[in-house]
Design a protein around this ligand. Structure first.
Ligand code: HPA
Length: 270
């Protein structure tokens, strides 16, 4: 694994001299955030040794290196989902590469279904914890001590000081920011009515098909994480209606400016 990471890192460092201190992962429908970055180098995933290639609509599939809010950043425009058929190792590979490129903080966004009764489409939810019993843990297997410990602590998977700063930024900009627990599932089906209810009973405020595995390996490697869900649909509702991928992408796009502001300002304050 480490050898594969180094091959990717070496290739990237031959293409760009940027040494990113912040890694950013953008979720479904949230890719236009990348236009905020003063990009100096873009590398399609397909060109990087050992990188999987993104297949989902709404994901561009490249690493973007540049400057954002005065910091050197690397952003993943498009991420790898377990439901696409990638192994868990492949899903988390780019996060490990970003660590070896030197990132000190990881920012993650995703689209998620709201299960908290007070959540509405278009809300932003700071993720303060997650539940992941239903997705494979990326750390199963022989532990690589060059990456992190065998039994990583997960008491603060999302850094409290970053969460507190984000809340201050939201308040100063009159952005209504929710906070809650992200419940990770494999997808690709959206949940049944009974499953959305179960997620709620089990303590999830939002449910989605990404993030947990990436955040797990970031914690394994000691990288502080800040993550936000855009609530693109609400799972628990009385009326008969369906959820579509198009609706998710549209809702994410509409909420994106709020997310952009918070990410940019928080990165400035790092
Ligand atoms: N469930 C799971 N994943 C999602 C959802 C959802 O309702 N919305 C966006 N991603």
């Amino acid at each position: 694994m480490v050898k594969k990471i180094y091959e990717a890192v070496q290739y990237i460092q031959a293409r760009t001299t940027i040494q990113p201190t912040v890694g950013i992962v953008l979720g479904s429908g949230l890719g236009s955030f990348t236009s905020e970055i003063q990009a100096e180098c873009e590398i399609p995933y397909g060109e990087i040794p050992n990188f999987p290639v993104s297949t989902v609509e709404g994901h561009q599939g490249k690493l973007i290196f540049g400057t954002l809010s005065g910091k050197k950043v690397v952003a993943m425009a498009g991420r790898f989902h377990y439901y696409e058929g990638y192994s868990v190792d492949e899903v988390v590979f780019p996060i490990r590469v970003m660590k070896f490129l030197g990132i000190k903080n990881l920012f993650v966004s995703n689209a998620a279904g709201g299960t908290h009764p007070d959540f509405h489409v278009g809300d932003l939810m700071i993720i303060n914890d997650h539940i992941s019993f239903f997705t494979p843990n990326p750390l199963v297997g022989k532990n690589d001590n060059d990456l992190g410990p065998r039994f990583p602590d997960m008491s603060e998977p999302y850094k409290k000081d970053l969460i507190n700063k984000a809340k201050d930024i939201a308040q100063a900009n009159k952005i209504d920011l929710k906070e809650g627990v992200y419940f990770g599932v494999t997808g690709p089906t959206f949940e049944t009515r009974a499953e959305y209810k179960l997620v709620r009973i089990l303590g999830g405020d939002a449910v989605g098909m990404s993030t947990v595995q990436e955040v797990t390996v970031a914690n394994h490697m000691g990288i502080p994480v800040f993550a936000v869900s855009v609530i693109t649909d609400v799972g628990i509702r009385e009326e008969e209606n369906t959820i579509t991928h198009e609706e998710v992408l549209q809702a994410a796009k509409e909420a994106e400016p709020k997310l952009t502001l918070i990410f940019k300002e928080l990165i400035r304050q790092l």
